[in-house]
Design a protein around this ligand. Structure first.
Ligand SMILES: [Zn+2]
Length: 169
């Protein structure tokens, strides 16, 4: 599992004494439907050029991040240390608790709602989750669409939940 560490400026501290209890799975592609470019990295690093693509004008000012990004080839990049709070879930709730960013770790899979994820992405995600369970104890795992229903659709219908749940059982 290749791992790069980059440091997004978009993070802050979790609430005092907060216990990490949830992994939130997302998908992202910038521009939508295109893979492999520098733009997801640029977004998380706060450097997205609003002029580089028409879509970017809408999102270039967003201060967002995710703890992890898994590229199509399975490369894992850490943008925010898991002990810190990344800004990935937005308005959200899980098991009756609001503000999932407080107690979750965000993982973005480079992808789209309408395309299958790659084999290396599943391998990396499962290995990442196992490592996080060793550090933080067993975590719930949910999609962005589960914590923000009606507002978010990712990781979408192609995400193989049975495979991930059984690998992590
Ligand atoms: Zn998302």
């Amino acid at each position: 599992m290749i791992r790069e560490v980059r440091r997004s400026p978009h993070f802050d501290d979790r609430p005092e004494g907060e216990k990490i209890s949830l992994l939130v799975v997302h998908n992202i592609a910038l521009p939508p439907g295109e893979y492999g470019g520098p733009y997801i990295d640029d977004l998380f690093m706060g450097k997205l050029d609003p002029a580089a693509h028409p879509y970017f004008a809408e999102i270039a000012g967003l201060r967002v991040s995710s703890h992890y990004l898994i590229r199509r080839d399975g490369t894992l990049i850490e943008y925010v240390p898991p002990e810190k709070r990344a800004w990935h879930a937005g308005a959200s709730s899980w098991k009756g608790r609001e503000r999932c960013n407080d107690f979750s770790i965000g993982v973005e899979l480079e992808g789209s709602d309408d395309v299958p994820f790659s084999e290396p992405q599943y391998e990396t995600l499962i290995a990442l989750a196992r490592g996080l369970y060793e550090r933080f104890g067993r975590l719930d795992i949910a999609g962005h669409s589960d914590v923000a229903p009606g507002r978010k659709t990712d990781p979408g219908p192609w995400f193989d939940w049975p495979r991930v749940h059984s690998a992590l059982a």
